[in-house]
Design a protein around this ligand. Sequence first.
Ligand SMILES: Nc1nc2c(c(=O)[nH]1)N[C@H]1C(S)=C(S)[C@@H](COP(=O)(O)OP(=O)(O)OC[C@H]3O[C@@H](n4cnc5c(=O)[nH]c(N)nc54)[C@H](O)[C@@H]3O)O[C@H]1N2
Ligand SMILES: Nc1nc2c(c(=O)[nH]1)N[C@H]1C(S)=C(S)[C@@H](COP(=O)(O)OP(=O)(O)OC[C@H]3O[C@@H](n4cnc5c(=O)[nH]c(N)nc54)[C@H](O)[C@@H]3O)O[C@H]1N2
Ligand SMILES: [Mo]
Length: 690
Amino acid sequence: MAAPTVVRGACPHDCPDACATLVTVEEGRATRIQGDPDHPFTAGFLCAKVNRYLERTYHRDRLTTPLKRVGPKGSGQFEPATWDEALDVIAAKLASIAQSADGPQSILPYSYAGTMGLVQGSSMDRRFFHLLGASQLDRTICSMAGTVGMRMTVGASVGADGQGLPQSDLVLLWGTNTLTANPHLWPFVLQAKANGAKVIAIDPIRTRTADQCDEWIGIRPGTDAALALGMMHVIFAEGLQDDDYLARHTLGEAELRARALEYPPKRVASITGIPAQRIVELARQYGKAKAAFVRINYGLQRHGGGGMAVRTIACLPAVTGHWRRAGGGVQLSTSANFQFNKKALERPDLSPPVRLINMIRLGEALTSNDAGVGGPPVKALVVYNSNPAAVAPDSNAVLRGLAREDLFTVVLEHFQTDTADWADWVLPATTQLEHWDVHFSYGHLYVTLNKPAIAPMGEAKPNSEIFRLLAARMGMTHPSLQDDDVTLIRQSLDTTSDTMKGVTFDTLMANGWTRLNLPVPHVPFAEGGFPTPSGKCEFVSERMRDMGLDAVPAFTAPYEFPENVPELAARFPLTLISSPRHQFLNSTFVNVESLRRNAEPEVLVHPHDAARRGIGAGMRVIVENDRGHFTAVAKIGDGVREGVVWAPSVWWLKLTADHANANATTSQRETDLGHGPVFYDNLVEISPAD
Ligand SMILES: Nc1nc2c(c(=O)[nH]1)N[C@H]1C(S)=C(S)[C@@H](COP(=O)(O)OP(=O)(O)OC[C@H]3O[C@@H](n4cnc5c(=O)[nH]c(N)nc54)[C@H](O)[C@@H]3O)O[C@H]1N2
Ligand SMILES: Nc1nc2c(c(=O)[nH]1)N[C@H]1C(S)=C(S)[C@@H](COP(=O)(O)OP(=O)(O)OC[C@H]3O[C@@H](n4cnc5c(=O)[nH]c(N)nc54)[C@H](O)[C@@H]3O)O[C@H]1N2
Ligand SMILES: [Mo]
């Protein structure tokens, strides 16, 4: 028997932690996956989900051959086919659509972050669609509101370094469920706590994270900007600001002071639902701290005013000068520190000018004659690294689109997802254990390489290879379509950027991962140097003004803010938050039995809201609004604000009782900045199902 080998890899999932993994392989089979004990963030442990990665990889339902549809659309009836047949038919169909009067822009790629890897996520696929002249997808579904919010205030998604967290004296977990969505930050939070820091969760839901904090502040959804402005009101009124930092490194102090004056604690209390006295105390705690660490994540920006909310919170550490010290500042994401050579990898230069279709409006794009943005209707959809039938907002519109007889749909997948059920062709893709990749992180500052540990399951192929093969079948001969995966990794690392100095293929091959060329901890704005047009932290933003928006931070109410939409709120009085269930990763892992554990969709309801509706614990309820409905089992408890209900997500439609999840109720509206989704800006009513 051959001795077991250990192969270094990277967790591919959409999560800030981007863990370094060690996969034990015996006789060609992966037998164990663990977190690298030497990696400063992974620290030797994996999360509840990725601990099950082998169960997922070897799952009996893995797709192992191409499948062609043999029954009516959506019937889920498929038969195995050879790769030759699949590639021939798909290539011919895409070519004929590209050559038709509608042209190549009637082809739409649809992908997101099923894998965060640069090779399997955004390399050969991009080159292929660029050369084809397909429509481009605006990949907004997760982070764009906050990303643009950060850009407007501090210049980029350059966040405070989590490795500085132990040195902070106050930790605000603001709109983030750390233990679920970013668990590898938690040990750093605990170190800060051990060093005397107070840890406060600001969240409409008393999540498992909030439960572990010193305090839970149960804010009303979508009102965070008002809270931040209220804090600034008190900070300025009591002289707790850092005048020197303000003078040297910020733009627009006078305007911000004037704006903060409009948000006295009493007014902020009426907006946020937080008692005025608590707002004053929080402002004092923050103002008197030397290095408060504010961890915002993407949960709080899934509201109409989400961009402005992030922009506003991002002003706080410049007001108090917390950026000066390790452990101080704001972190939404650390991704802008990574300067891979994306131009070389994705080759945007190969695309003619084409239209851009917002992925969160897939329903509209598939059901309107002009894709909702002018130009030809969408005739072909190629889905990979995403499960839009389950995760895209307004799923009833998405499903109407996917059901179109004249839509040619190809899905590259590991499993027969809800989206794959609507495909004409399903192509089996490899998992992270079976292919090469390289990874950045949006929560730390390490680059990680993923080496294949095992041979592909069945006839599965990497996304990159599938696009190479399709290109060849279509007679596309551009040399960029020939590069193999290791070449793609090398190209992505071929950069003169300062942060990437020393990040080479050879170091990664030898060590598996390597830190960016930044000190530990990295204190990005200690001396200012913000990557904004002015080089300062911009309380006043000309770019915001140019977009026709308020140039100064302000509270922007959610679209479905009850007091602003009284008629709607009379019918649908509850705000539904459908943030991740601990054991799921968006809609990934829902089909892994040990993680689903025979559970059903649930909805957590405050006891007062339940009593008013005659809802008891364990009762099946209908959650609905004008966009749609789904059912769930009621849980009753005060771990949620009155007026808010929580449906842990994102369920596979076909694993629910009524083939519907929370996205039956969410809307295709866009946030104030970045054209992002408003998943949690969503009024509903609930009632007993029978
Ligand atoms: N286990 C697990 N981990 C994940 C994911 C997963 O699905 N499962 N998803 C990954 C992905 S794709 C992402 S983007 C990140 C997301 O990471 P997070 O942003 O941490 O995730 P969410 O759970 O969407 O939102 C966090 C919290 O925001 C709260 N919230 C909602 N609206 C508001 C608001 O208006 N104000 C405030 N203050 N709080 C609000 C929610 O109640 C929720 O508890 O996590 C990643 N990690
Ligand atoms: N109601 C509600 N909706 C939400 C959210 C929410 O909190 N509430 N969260 C939103 C957020 S933050 C995000 S980021 C999106 C996420 O939306 P998606 O990025 O679509 O994420 P997943 O649902 O995890 O689907 C990823 C799919 O990619 C597949 N996959 C993984 N690796 C590979 C690969 O190498 N090749 C191929 N071909 N396929 C692969 C997986 O099997 C999985 O089915 O969902 C959004 N939708
Ligand atoms: Mo996300």
